[in-house]
Design a protein around this ligand. Sequence first.
Ligand code: AP5
Ligand code: MG
Length: 186
Amino acid sequence: MRIVFIGPPGAGKGTQAERMIATYGLAHLSTGDMLRAARDARTEVGQKAEQYMSAGQLVPDDIIVAIIRDRLGEPDCRRGYLLDGFPRTIAQAEALDQMLASEKTPLDVVLELRVPDDELFQRLAGRGRADDKPEVIRQRLVAYRQQTEPLLDYYGKRGLLKTIDGLGTPDDIFERIRAVLGGVAA
Ligand code: AP5
Ligand code: MG
């Protein structure tokens, strides 16, 4: 299966991704994790990305698309993958569509994890990543609303979107995801 996971900061994408990759044997492609690894390794891309991440802004599309293009070419992606946090803009979604069309490997489903803002703030306040300061969380949410939410309509029109209620225990939410994926052709 080839899955895109969309949701605001703190929605639980990473938490559910761990369960999904273990259950379905997917590669986990988290652009946030890749950028943090690049930052920690002090690569040029990592240092450039850090300026945006620490401000709660999206990293420029050309950087992200290049990272994903390389990663999708690795052999573990052939068995299927979960894109966690990519695409996040219409331009990224269009670039992904082009890559997948040329390989004839379309997406199977786009999962939206929906969680109200007050719950997102509570969850992230309890975690403490470098970008989990309240003012940065606010900016990450603005970026989500303005740049990423339009993707719901983009994928909705293509008949790929499934929305999942992201409130409840992680196990409850995973059951909802399993129910949806059970209805998606493998
Ligand atoms: P990224 O790393 O993708 O962060 P994010 O989208 O802001 O989301 P998080 O990772 O914070 O939350 P999550 O949904 O994974 O939730 P989690 O499971 O951790 O991106 C970071 C930055 O990188 C961006 O701001 C941007 O700068 C850059 N970037 C990344 N991708 C990019 C792209 N494509 N284009 C441009 N820039 C990009 O859970 C959160 C907390 O809640 C945890 O403490 C968890 O334990 C808890 N929790 C989880 N589930 C539950 C539950 N059901 N109940 C209670 N608590 C829960
Ligand atoms: Mg995450």
